[in-house]
Each structure stands twice: as structure tokens, then as C-alpha cells.
Design a protein around this ligand. Structure first.
Ligand code: ADP
Ligand code: NI
Length: 216
């Protein structure tokens, strides 16, 4: 039963996100799902709820689909049609809603399952894949990869974050280098630390090459 529902969720996510080039393509979902399953095993979280929330987590993103409320209703309806029990459906939708919530900062994530999926999603913004996604997203948005005349912004509202001018390089300082402090689970924290170090060495090398000061 659960296997069939998971396969259906996979099909639905692929259909909706298959062609995306903003860093939310199907393979982002697949990586988050794998990591969520791994973290669920580690922490004893409900594997079905984690895997389903991971598979569907970007289907209500306002930046991709415009209306977040409508996206959530759609997911709720779909889960009902698939025969997911009420309790699990509630928990899955609640996680997705909290993950996509942008107004005035992030919503809290009270359940272990939510924390697992949030960690998995955040981990995909770090490391080599995170670097690749940042440049892919920047290209998609039409922002430059780097502009030394544009310093990273210190504090900003959600609106400024979304609409303001930035660069791929600045996104590391404005967000990605801060993420490791926000991991919920111990396993994710360890993975984040390693990915963080990798990004720092990437940035040092990027700066050296930018300035033509790298060692031969
Ligand atoms: P956000 O809530 O920051 O949009 P997402 O998870 O939706 O986070 O972002 C998707 C990917 O795009 C992530 O890898 C993220 O680092 C990257 N990204 C998001 N905003 C920017 C930006 N302004 N510049 C560069 N990359 C970005
Ligand atoms: Ni995501």
C-alpha cells in the first residue's frame, strides 16, 4: 500500500517539476528524499511521512507555482485520492506548509518528521551540489555570478531577500554559510559541517582565481 502511494507521489512530483531549471528539478527531490529516508532511519522518525513530505515538498512553492495556499490544497486533495490515512495526510501537509512558509521568516518545525525533511532540504543547499544549485539558480534568475562592487547584504526582510539584487557569490554569505547552525538532527549537523568546509575552500579558491592570485 505505502509502496504504491510512494510510487504515485514520485510520478506526480516528476510530472510537475521535471523541466524545472531553478534548482528544484526532480533530482533535487530525489536527493532530499534519499537524505530524508537516511535521517529517518537514524532518528527513528516515521519513514513514510518523511519520504512523502520530501517527495511533495516543493509542489507548493510560491516562487515556482505562484499560489502557495492553492498548492497545499491540491496536495491535501491528492493525498485523499491516494487513500493516505487522515493522520498521515495531516502530518505531511503540515510539514510542507511549514517548509514553504516565507512570510516573516521560517515557521517553527515541531515534529521530528518535519525536522528530518527540513534538514534534508537544507543539506541539499550545501556542498558541491549546493554550489552547483546556487549558480544554476542565479542563471535562471538572471543575476551575475559575482560583482565585487555589490557587498553581501547583512539583514533583510523576506521581500528584500526575494526581490533584491544579489549575486551567486553573495548568496553564500547571505544564506548558505549560515545554514549549518540551523540543522535539527545530529547526523545532519555532521554532514553539514563537512559540506560547509567544502564551500569555504571553494570560496577561497574562487576569490583567488577572481583576483589572479592563485598559486601555480
Ligand atoms: P530559498 O528559500 O532560499 O529560495 P530554495 O531552497 O528555494 O531556497 O532555493 C533553491 C536553490 O536555489 C538553493 O540551492 C538555494 O541556495 C538557491 N538560491 C536561492 N536563492 C538564491 C539566490 N538569491 N541566489 C543564488 N542562489 C539562490
Ligand atoms: Ni527543496
Amino acid at each position: 500500500m505505502n509502496e504504491r502511494i510512494i510510487a504515485e507521489a514520485e510520478r506526480w512530483a516528476k510530472e510537475k517539476l521535471g523541466g524545472d531549471s531553478s534548482g528544484h528539478d526532480w533530482w533535487h527531490i530525489e536527493r532530499v528524499r534519499r537524505m530524508a529516508v537516511r535521517l529517518a532511519r537514524r532518528t527513528g522518525a516515521d519513514g513514510f511521512v518523511c519520504e512523502m513530505a520530501a517527495l511533495l515538498h516543493d509542489l507548493a512553492d510560491e516562487k515556482l507555482f505562484g499560489d502557495e495556499e492553492a498548492g497545499l490544497r491540491d496536495i491535501r486533495r491528492w493525498l485523499g485520492e491516494q487513500g493516505v490515512d487522515e493522520g498521515s495526510a495531516e502530518r505531511i501537509v503540515d510539514i510542507i506548509a511549514r517548509l514553504s512558509f516565507k512570510g516573516g521568516g521560517r515557521a517553527s518545525m515541531p515534529t521530528l518528521e518535519g525536522q528530518v525533511v527540513q534538514d534534508a532540504d537544507r543539506l541539499d543547499a550545501l556542498g558541491a551540489v549546493g554550489i552547483a544549485r546556487t549558480f544554476a539558480y542565479s542563471g535562471w534568475k538572471g543575476q551575475p555570478m559575482h560583482d565585487p562592487a555589490l557587498p553581501p547584504r547583512e539583514a533583510m526582510t523576506a521581500e528584500e531577500y526575494r526581490k533584491g539584487k544579489s549575486t551567486a557569490y553573495n548568496h553564500f554569505h547571505e544564506k548558505l554559510l549560515k545554514l549549518k547552525a540551523f540543522m535539527n538532527t545530529e547526523e545532519a549537523r555532521r554532514i553539514a559541517e563537512e559540506r560547509h568546509r567544502y564551500m569555504e575552500s571553494f570560496l577561497a579558491r574562487f576569490e583567488a582565481e577572481w583576483n589572479g592570485t592563485d598559486e601555480a
